[in-house]
Design a protein around this ligand. Sequence first.
Ligand SMILES: [Zn+2]
Length: 306
Amino acid sequence: MLVSLKKVLVEARAKHYAVPAMNVNNMEAVKAIISAAEHMHSPVIIQTSEGAIEYAGIEYLAALIRIAAKGKIPVVMHLDHGKKLEYVKMALAHGYTSVMFDGSALPEKDNIRISTQVVKLAHAKGASVEAEIGAIAGIEDFVSVEEKDAHLTNPEAALDFVKKTGCDALAIAIGTAHGAYKFKGKTHLDLDRLKKIAKLVKLPLVLHGASGVLEDVKELAEKHGAQLGKARGVLDEDIQQAISLGISKINIDTDLRLAFTAGIREAVDDLPQVIDPRKLLEPANLLMREVAMRKMKLFGSAGRVK
Ligand SMILES: [Zn+2]
């Protein structure tokens, strides 16, 4: 069933697990993810970025997710990283039950002003809002500790932000980064910062850039020609600690992309005679489903749907 983000995350926060938020841009991904959620009895957030909407069209994506939500699994239809108000409005008009407004690149007062406006628009439709404070991408590019600190989420600023905006969930920056190349050296999440934020902000917190770059998937991709080199993700134990400290939504995009493309590479290599797209996509679909199920187990969301 289609539900709001607030509904699934309030329960997750209370019971100390996290709900996976998985990015889709085609039917194969939607079907793989909902199949995983049904198999694992896990609630799930299916999200589309502005780029995915440009690629597939919002009518197609909304229809696919609505069909996926027909069973008993609670499904949130979520806009990921809405940066333009036009996308937020479009998503709400198409029945999204949740939107993210990402004003993290804006001056703080503008981020607060527009996030507040988005909350009004979304709540009027019974939808939820995830907002963001702090910069998530490219953390390791900052040269000094001070510079890095300035881009991670400040606990007091986070409290002020949620009070002023009335958002339902907050994406925070604690050292993760988007993409397959998150860390130059040792992987590191600022868990002390998370602890301080969670103590002040009594809302579900969201972790972006949290793919693990799964070793076996990476190996499969490389066996079939991908050059991933030093790609590395967040460690499972860091994820579990983050959940225990108050993270309730974890975004997964890179791991699904790696799974999908590794499966395609494998099929193209192993089945050179096959011209049936359905057969060539099968390993990709199965691998995405497998990765989604592993995340549900890791995040503790498996078994939560009775
Ligand atoms: Zn993100």
